[in-house]
Design a protein around this ligand. Structure first.
Ligand code: FYN
Ligand code: ADP
Length: 575
């Protein structure tokens, strides 16, 4: 080939998007094909990328988000324009709220027509709509800018506090051609996309001084700590200081939940009693009662409990967001924890024995109470007896990933099922959102290759249930367990008017979700006892076949809104 002939070789927008992603080590796309990105999905697959097609964009988006959390690389969700984009946007917004790195790439309609509002096919100013709901949003109009667009999206997603990024690719861009060599040169391999952020020495000193003076210290681990993948150092920090720790739900397993320093089983006590609390990748938001009020030993719901806080976070603006942070430690968790370890040295004095004793006493009492409850075998099966099985299965298969959503199904699972390894528990997160179940499950199986167990309330499952077809289509080792109590919270509400409609919280009684799985060639099991549930779960883990277990539980089991009834004003009034 002559030089002239080479220079006439062309590339196009489709190819450049694929090349740019691959150049940056991104090899999986979660999405849903359609105008104008159908060919992008085909060509990505032809180029060796894994393209996982979903039945609804929100689930593809949730998959991308959790893939980002698990891998520290932005998960990619690809959608069509307008409604497809909007469906993906919920997930993008959720990813941003949870600090998960993700890029939503959506095709969009003709700019000239959209901007003059002349009524295009799927007309929508997607960039403007996405902007307030994510960390950053970009649009690429020319093929030669695709490299820059993807590089900027990657950096924005993973650097600093991770989050969701929107990338708008108008239909016309994909077919644009340019010289292949120039196209190749226009691509950017992002160097050091999430630079370490080393904490200042004086900030480290301040934190250590405060910790040293504590008489009732507590360490709180959040999902930021799990995301950081600084597992060994975090464990060393906990063990060398001897300080009791409390994992937020997705930080469970960062150290095994059976660790003797875990104070999870005496949460209320330690939050109210601790005098110095070190937050590691956890925000003082609603999940932590905003750091004040009765939860923290305050007199009323807004009262400061008197704790002094050390907060490790990559985002300086997180400090003082709810209460005063006495020792802000701004930096990436890996660097902060290793700086603390260096300062702690080898002869750090353990916390006072009376504090450790008080925590251990309460914890052991609660563990014993829980063991007693779990030993019961009531008929019909209830949350506890069913979860006793799940608890054993996870113990025997600590590599398995547990996805969990619902209200009671979420709350009971969180406190009953111990986790043993980091980043194995994926749940409703910062928003307490319903609908993450199947998207997270698909991504967890695709990214890790490990078995996935999804513990789902029957209501929560409905939000993403159609993706069981996706699970079957890709033959993923996912075992979905639906705690079926015939409704939202439970299945016993009645329509007070006596009219023909059932109560708003009630579903079809005795629904056979297992048959849904069978429709797509998966294994569907109807389980009414813990023994049946155990057998079915063990078989699912052994066979790695897509499985759905319809676990029928007592329809009277479950409280309204689970552990957060207080946030549901109407229900409080009804009681
Ligand atoms: C915890 N506990 C245990 C154990 N683990 N007891 C025995 N054994 C074990 N292993 C105890 C713990 O000490 C608490 O008791 C109680 O069980 C509950 O613990 P949990 O779940 O850690 O704490 P709590 O109070 O529920 O936490 C608050 C929360 C949490 C807001 C962080 O509820 C949460 O993450 N909620 C998310 C809810 C959500 O998003 N729902 C979606 C709903 S959708 P005490 O110490 O006695 O308090 C619409 O309805
Ligand atoms: P949880 O819900 O488990 O309490 P949050 O999502 O509220 O956790 O908090 C996670 C925090 O972790 C966020 O404030 C985020 O900025 C922070 N974070 C995420 N990744 C890192 C990191 N690598 N280093 C430091 N902080 C991080």
């Amino acid at each position: 080939m002559t030089t002239d002939a080479q220079s006439q070789e062309l590339t196009d927008g489709f190819q450049l998007v694929i090349d740019a992603l691959k150049l940056n080590g991104i090899n999986t796309i979660f999405g849903l094909p359609g105008i104008p990105i159908t060919d992008l999905t085909r060509r990505a697959q032809a180029e060796g990328m894994r393209v996982i097609s979903f039945r609804h964009e929100q689930n593809a988006g949730n998959a991308a988000a959790i893939a980002g959390y698990m891998t520290q690389k932005p998960g990619i969700c690809l959608t069509v324009s307008a409604p497809g984009f909007l469906n993906g946007l919920t997930a993008l917004s959720n990813a941003t709220t949870n600090c998960f790195p993700m890029i939503l790439i959506s095709g969009s309609s003709e700019r000239e027509i959209v901007d003059l509002q002349q009524g295009d096919y799927e007309e929508m100013d997607q960039l403007a709509i996405a902007k307030p709901l994510c960390k950053a949003a970009f649009r690429v109009l020319h093929a030669e800018d695709i490299g820059v667009g993807i590089a900027r999206a990657i950096r924005a997603a993973v650097s600093g506090r991770p989050g969701g990024v929107y990338l708008d690719l108008p239909a016309k861009l994909f077919a644009q051609t340019m010289d292949a060599e120039a196209g190749k040169k226009s691509l950017i391999k992002v160097v050091d996309p999430a630079p370490r952020q080393i904490p200042a020495q004086d900030a480290v000193q301040r934190a250590l001084e405060l910790l040293k003076r504590a008489t009732r210290p507590l360490i709180l681990l959040g999902k930021g700590a799990a995301y950081a993948q600084a597992d060994a150092d975090i464990r060393a920090l906990i063990e060398r200081t001897g300080i009791p720790y409390l994992p937020m739900s997705m930080a469970k397993g960062l150290l095994p939940d059976t660790h003797e320093q875990s104070a999870a089983a005496t949460r209320s006590y330690v939050l109210a009693e601790a005098d110095v609390v070190m937050l590691v990748g956890a925000r003082l938001n609603w999940l932590l009662s905003h750091g004040k009020g009765k939860t923290w030993g305050g007199k009323d719901h807004k009262d400061w409990g008197g704790q002094r806080f050390i907060q490790i976070d990559i985002s300086p603006q997180e400090m003082d967001s709810n209460v005063r942070i006495d020792a802000p430690l701004v930096g990436d968790i890996g660097s902060c924890v290793s700086a603390l370890l260096a300062g702690i040295g080898s002869n750090w004095a353990k916390p006072p024995a009376d504090w450790l004793r008080a925590v251990a006493e309460r914890k052991n009492k609660n563990l014993a109470k829980m063991a007693e409850t779990l030993a019961k075998d009531p008929t019909p099966m209830n949350f506890h007896s069913a979860l006793n099985v799940v608890r054993d299965i996870i113990k025997a298969n600590p590599d398995a990933i547990l996805v969990n959503e619902g209200a009671n199904a979420l709350d009971f699972t969180r406190s009953i099922v111990d986790m043993y390894q980091p980043r194995k528990r994926l749940d409703v997160g910062t928003w307490g959102i319903m609908g993450i179940g199947m998207g997270y499950s698909v991504a967890a199986a695709v990214v890790s290759g490990q078995p996935v167990i999804a513990i789902e309330g029957d209501s929560a499952f409905g939000f993403s249930g159609m993706e069981v077809e996706t699970i079957c289509r890709y033959n993923l080792p996912v075992c979905v367990v639906i705690f079926n109590n015939n409704g939202v919270y439970r299945g016993t509400d009645v329509n007070p008017t006596g009219g023909p409609d059932v109560a708003p919280t009630v579903f079809v009684k005795g629904a056979r979700y297992d048959k849904l799985m069978q429709a797509f060639g998966g294994v569907g099991v109807h389980a009414t006892t813990p023994a049946e549930l155990r057998r079915a779960m063990e078989e699912a883990i052994r066979s790695r076949k897509p499985t759905l277990i319809n676990a029928v539980i007592d329809e009277t089991a479950g409280t309204e809104s689970g552990r957060i009834t207080s946030l549901n004003p109407q229900s409080a009034k009804k009681k």
